[in-house]
Write a protein that binds this ligand. Structure first.
Ligand SMILES: NC(=O)c1ccc[n+]([C@@H]2O[C@H](COP(=O)([O-])OP(=O)(O)OC[C@H]3O[C@@H](n4cnc5c(N)ncnc54)[C@H](O)[C@@H]3O)[C@@H](O)[C@H]2O)c1
Length: 395
């Protein structure tokens, strides 16, 4: 992957918090990516996260066939900060994957998608500030600061929701810049539809048929995407086990005909497909030996703690669907709908196309005796290096 095209680190003029926007590539078009608002050790850790997220987004957009590059925004909040508590601190910030393969509990106590130490606030509709440990967060001021940074980039980057932000936050950012995605609503259903397409490809590769009927799944994380996955997989005739650190999610899981369990049991369940739908960093040298699934395919970003973990999965014979492919339904939906005004059937076809893309990657991996991660990386590099003719109507 080439070095970043542009990286901005600024102190928000209203909030005083460091704001990082990393534009990795615009080789295929305007960069798109999420806004992560989280607690970090310091601004350098936030910068590292933005660099990592934006690089992955370049691959995600290219592999999704979008005429866009990758970017990311990070708001670096200090320890003890939190925003509006309406909707609560998201559990993304309250659990960390433990070093022994278990889950270590604790706020801001460990890796979250690799870098962030905790989510401050979370996607929410209210905008009032909060106070914790003496650090007041005026969420509206922070979001306006983010909007100004994005606006000053002159349109090379469009920002959308990520961990710690949601559609309501995008509407506030939109008061300062037009380059905003995801103001209208929840991307969870589209993200879940894309994951199901990926799971069908994985199941076809493993078992010779894409049918999900009678297959077994363990869905880890029953949030905005996970709940739709439980629903879709159950409706398709799958036998679904699901877990979340938030015990309140049990009711919806059981109402959808799935079986509730605890996160550790879910992670190590003897199932056809493990579906990570919570945090990143779930696949590590410690957790991979404990897995009893045939394949892993889910939306969680940055599932591998480090690239070499893909080799561990391969050695164990566990098929891994790269998250930059399996988790691309949300961005495909947002970009195709909001930036390119495509019709709902066309957008749905794009999302379903994730299955074909993954099949191509799995075939390439087999033919080259490499991991799906390596095959996806090669394909992304090829796509980004080529002056690909856009398959989408211009904005
Ligand atoms: N929302 C989207 O459109 C979208 C698109 C692509 C990828 N993703 C990724 O998919 C994942 C889920 O996204 P989401 O929007 O559903 O997030 P969410 O915050 O709505 O849901 C995450 C759920 O995971 C649970 N959780 C947190 N830590 C856990 C743990 N250790 N064990 C079990 N459960 C745990 C939380 O309680 C929460 O219910 C994230 O990694 C996100 O980055 C989301």
């Amino acid at each position: 992957m080439p070095i970043h095209q542009r990286v901005v680190v600024e102190r928000g003029t209203r909030s005083g918090f460091p704001i990082v926007v990393a534009v990795h590539s615009t080789a295929l078009g305007q960069a798109v990516g999420g806004c992560r608002m989280a607690v970090y050790r310091d601004w350098r850790a936030g910068l590292d996260d933005a660099l990592r997220l934006s690089t992955a987004m370049t691959s995600k957009a290219a592999l999704a066939g979008l005429p866009h590059g990758g970017g990311a925004a990070v708001v670096v909040l200090p320890r003890g900060a939190f925003g509006n508590t309406a909707g609560g601190l998201t559990a993304d910030g309250s659990m960390a994957w433990g070093p022994t393969g278990g889950m270590a509990e604790g706020v801001a106590g460990g890796p979250m998608d690799g870098m962030a130490e905790g989510v401050a606030g979370g996607p929410m509709d209210g905008m009032a500030g909060g106070l914790a440990g003496g650090v007041a967060v005026d969420r509206r001021a922070v979001l306006h600061d983010v909007g100004d940074v994005v606006r000053n980039l002159g349109g090379v980057f469009s920002i959308g929701p990520d961990v710690g932000t949601g559609p309501a936050d995008m509407r506030v950012i939109g008061e300062r810049t037009d380059h905003v995605l995801g103001r209208a609503g929840d991307s969870g259903p589209a993200a879940a539809a894309g994951v199901v397409a990926a799971i069908q490809a994985v199941v076809a590769d493993r078992f010779g048929s894409p049918s999900l009927s009678g297959r077994t799944f363990a869905v880890l994380g029953v949030g905005r995407v996970g709940v739709h996955l439980v629903d879709l997989l159950s409706a398709a005739g799958g036998k679904v086990l699901a877990a979340d650190v938030d015990g309140a999610r049990r009711t919806v899981v059981e109402s959808l005909g799935a079986t509730w369990t605890d996160p550790r049991t879910c992670l190590t369940a003897d199932v056809d497909v493990l579906v990570p739908a919570a945090l990143g960093g779930v696949l590590t040298a410690a957790t991979v030996p404990t897995l009893r699934c045939a394949a892993v395919a889910g939306p969680a970003n940055a599932q591998l703690d480090e690239p070499a973990t893909a080799d561990l999965l391969h050695e164990r014979g566990i098929l891994w669907a790269p998250d930059v492919v399996a988790g691309s339904g949300g961005i495909i939906h947002a970009v195709a709908t909001e930036l390119h005004r495509e019709t709902p059937p066309r957008v749905a076809a794009r999302v379903a196309g994730i299955g074909d893309t993954l099949t191509r990657i799995l075939d390439a991996a087999r033919e080259t005796s490499s991991t799906p991660a390596a095959a996806a990386s090669r394909l992304a590099g090829f796509l980004i290096g080529e002056p690909v003719a856009s398959t989408m109507a211009a904005c």
